[in-house]
Design a protein around this ligand. Structure first.
Ligand code: NDP
Length: 250
C-alpha cells in the first residue's frame, strides 16, 4: 500500500470500522496517524485497546449527526495532522434498518437518511479544508494524497433492484442510493482540487449489521477494501466500486 500521512474513519466502535483501524495499524505501509472516531469510544473496549497498543492510533469522539461533535472533532484532528492536512476520510458509520413496504415508517426513513446520507455530506464539508490542504501538497490523485471514501452498499444500486429482487429495503437502500448521488456530486466538485471521491461496497459482511449468514468475514472484507483503496487512481474517481475493486452498476 502506498504510504499516507493520515486517515480518519467514522464508526470505529465495531464492525468494519474497527477492523479498518486494526488492519491499517498492522500494515507495513500504514498511515502515520490513524484517527479512529466513534460516538461513544468508552463503550468499545476493542477500540480503546487498539489505541493503547498501536502507535499513531488516535481515538476521537464523533457523533456524525451532531454539528457540535463534528466541530470538536475537527479541532482535535487539526491538532493531530497540523499543516500536512488530512489524506483520507472514510465515511463508514451507518445504521442498517431493514424495512419492507409494510413495515417502513416516516421516522425510520428520516433517521436512516440522517445517519447514512446527510451525515457523510456534512462530515465531508467540515473536514474539507484539511483535505484541501493535503491535496495541495501532492499531484497524483489517490488515497495517499486526498480522498473521500463513502462506504455505500449494493443495496443502494437502483439498476440492481429489479423485479427479481425479493427484498426491497426502503430505508437503507434509498439512503445508500442517495449517498451514491452525494458521492457523484462531491466527485464533480472536488475532482478539480485533486480530491478523489468514491462510493465503496464492502461486500456482505458478518457484522452486527450484516448478520451471521453473510458471505465474508470482516477480516476478508477489510483486507479487500484496503488493497482496493490503495490501488485507486484518477480513473476510479467518481466511481461505485466493491471491496475487490470491481465496478458496480448505479
Ligand atoms: P455495524 O452495525 O457493525 O457498525 C456500524 C457503526 O456505525 C458502529 O460503529 C456504530 O456506532 C456507527 N454509528 C452509527 N450511528 C452513528 C453515529 N450517529 N455517529 C457515529 N457512529 C455511528 O455496521 P458495519 O460495520 O457492518 O457497516 C459499516 C459500513 O458498511 C456501513 O456504512 C454499512 O452501511 C456498510 N455496509 C455493510 C454491509 C454488511 O454486510 N455488513 C454491506 C454493505 C454495506 P455505535 O457502536 O455507537 O452504534
Amino acid at each position: 500500500m502506498a504510504s499516507w500521512g493520515s486517515v480518519l474513519i467514522t464508526g470505529c466502535s465495531r464492525g468494519i470500522g474497527l477492523q479498518l483501524v486494526k488492519q491499517l495499524s498492522e500494515s507495513s505501509s500504514r498511515p502515520a496517524d490513524i484517527i479512529a472516531t466513534a460516538r461513544n469510544p468508552a463503550g468499545s473496549a476493542a477500540l480503546l485497546e487498539l489505541s493503547r497498543t498501536r502507535p499513531g492510533v488516535h481515538v476521537i469522539t464523533l457523533d456524525v449527526c451532531s454539528e457540535q461533535s463534528i466541530s470538536s472533532a475537527l479541532e482535535e484532528v487539526q491538532s493531530i495532522v497540523g499543516n500536512q492536512g488530512l489524506n483520507c476520510l472514510i465515511n463508514n458509520a451507518a445504521v442498517g434498518s431493514s424495512r419492507s413496504l409494510q413495515s417502513v415508517t416516516r421516522e425510520t426513513m428520516m433517521k436512516t437518511f440522517e445517519v447514512n446520507t446527510v451525515a457523510p455530506l456534512f462530515v465531508t464539508k467540515a473536514f474539507l479544508p484539511l483535505l484541501q490542504t493535503a491535496a495541495a501538497r501532492s499531484a497524483v490523485m489517490g488515497v495517499h494524497r486526498a480522498a473521500v471514501i463513502n462506504i455505500s452498499s449494493i443495496l443502494g444500486s437502483i439498476s440492481n433492484c429489479g423485479d427479481s429482487t425479493t427484498f426491497r429495503n426502503y430505508a437503507y437502500g434509498t439512503s445508500k442510493a442517495a449517498l451514491n448521488m452525494v458521492s457523484r456530486c462531491l466527485a464533480a466538485d472536488l475532482g478539480p482540487v485533486g480530491i478523489l471521491c468514491v462510493s465503496l461496497h464492502p461486500g456482505w459482511v458478518k457484522t452486527d449489521m450484516g448478520g451471521a449468514h453473510a458471505d465474508l468475514t470482516v477480516e476478508e472484507s477489510v483486507s479487500g477494501i484496503l488493497s482496493t483503496l490503495s490501488s485507486f487512481t484518477e480513473q476510479d474517481h467518481g466511481g461505485f466500486k466493491d471491496y475487490r475493486g470491481q465496478t458496480l452498476p448505479w
